[in-house]
Design a protein around this ligand. Structure first.
Ligand SMILES: *Cc1c(COP(=O)(O)O)cnc(C)c1O
Ligand SMILES: [Zn+2]
Length: 386
């Protein structure tokens, strides 16, 4: 049972028509078709947090789930924040590939599935042939919820195999990435849509990376965070998480957010450069960064606003720089997937061209494990979304 006081603490606000909905039924979009955001007053009570193990469930008062709802958990760790030297600079890598599913998408899936179970959901659909599909499939399995994942015919095999092994039903859709999304949307008329792009509870989960960074830096917030961006689940999570900390009085400033796209698919960068009032969808070119090969990011307005509010930027990197950075870090012992190496490529570029200040605290989330891509990406694959 939801406590009445709790139910009123969480609302879902529509970006299009402004309507606020109560969060006590399985709603993933506004009936008007608009995108929903979770609104709640996050709290960070030191005493309650200290009683809980490190990890994302430590921040329950900042998550839109009733305090007595049992979390769907696969033992999510507080991921390490590792200081590394880069030329004259010291920067931090946040090892978010160390989740049970091999990517940070576990953050979003854990909170989404916990909320879904709280709402009585028994079956759901998602469209993703990548880390998001795998994370939703894993947490659905842990929750005992039936998952159907729609994937394009040209999906990376290692990730599709992972989704199948978790027991999710896979529906292969011929055609473009948009056709896959359309098929899932159709199915979502009768089932809960666990879309990492649409479903606002996914972002509520990814924001926990900001809470962990804040605690790991002893209550400070970095000056800059550099993150890959496609649909924005990492970048918007960072923005939302740091903003929650600011509104709760835990910090006075928030980091500059640098979103990184692959040059082969950079609609957000182009829109940001052109002032941010419109976005021209692109047809993704071939890229190793298949996790962010998103030609038309659903929450593009919100992403551009978050980057602009933070005083940040959106940049693009080429395939050579991605491959070079991935290999550079692998030779320092860190195997990441190419999508993650878009952000480290920018980090190296900023360091090499002295665009960092020596005293600045810079964090780069390492979003996905190189274990899956090392097998399937030995040659360049065409982006199929995340
Ligand atoms: C999903 C994903 C991202 C971020 O992508 P968004 O589309 O912006 O959510 C980055 N890296 C990896 C490895 C991913 O799977
Ligand atoms: Zn609406």
């Amino acid at each position: 049972m939801l406590r009445p006081e709790f139910a009123s603490r969480v609302t879902l606000k529509c970006q299009a028509c402004g309507t606020s909905h109560t969060a006590n039924r399985p709603l993933w979009a506004c009936p008007c078709g608009g995108i929903l955001d979770v609104l709640m007053r996050a709290r960070f009570p030191k005493e309650s947090m200290a009683l809980r193990a490190p990890g994302l469930w430590r921040y329950r008062e900042a998550l839109p789930v009733a305090l007595n709802t049992p979390p769907i958990s696969l033992g999510e760790p507080q991921t390490p924040l590792v200081a590394v030297a880069l030329g004259a600079y010291r920067v931090y890598l946040k090892l978010d590939f160390l989740f049970p599913t091999g990517s940070f998408k576990a953050r979003g899936a854990a909170v989404l599935l916990t909320k879904a179970r709280e709402l009585g959901v028994t079956s759901l659909v998602e469209d993703s042939s990548g880390n998001a599909g795998a994370a939703i499939a894993a947490y659905a399995a842990a929750a005992g919820v039936k998952a159907t994942i729609y994937v394009p015919a040209r999906a990376a095999r290692a990730k599709t195999a992972q989704i199948a092994l978790y027991g999710a039903q896979i529906k292969v859709v011929a055609g473009s990435r948009a056709d896959v999304a359309d098929a899932a949307l159709l199915a979502a008329r009768s089932q809960y849509y666990a879309s990492h792009a649409w479903n606002p509870f996914f972002l509520e989960g990814t924001q926990t990376i900001a809470f962990e960074i804040w605690e790991q830096l002893d209550g400070r917030v970095p000056d800059m965070v550099i993150s890959p961006v496609g649909h924005g689940t990492m970048l918007l999570g960072l923005a939302k998480g740091f903003d929650s900390l600011r509104r709760a009085g835990m910090t006075t400033h928030v980091p500059r957010l640098i979103g990184v796209q692959a040059a082969a698919c950079a609609p957000l960068r182009q829109a940001f450069r052109q002032g941010g009032s419109e976005l021209s969808p692109v047809q993704p070119g071939p890229t190793q960064a298949d996790g962010i090969a998103i030609g038309r990011p659903l929450r593009w307005r919100q992403i551009l606003q978050a980057v602009s509010d933070s005083g940040g930027d959106i940049v693009a990197v080429g395939e050579d720089a991605i491959a070079r950075s991935m290999s550079y870090w692998a030779r320092r012992g860190l195997l990441m997937e190419p999508t993650s190496a878009t952000a480290t490529a920018v980090l190296e570029d900023f360091a090499a061209s002295n665009r960092l200040q020596p005293e600045q605290v810079v964090v780069v989330p390492i979003t996905g494990s190189g274990m899956k891509s090392a097998v399937s990406n030995t040659e360049v694959v065409v982006g199929d979304g995340s």
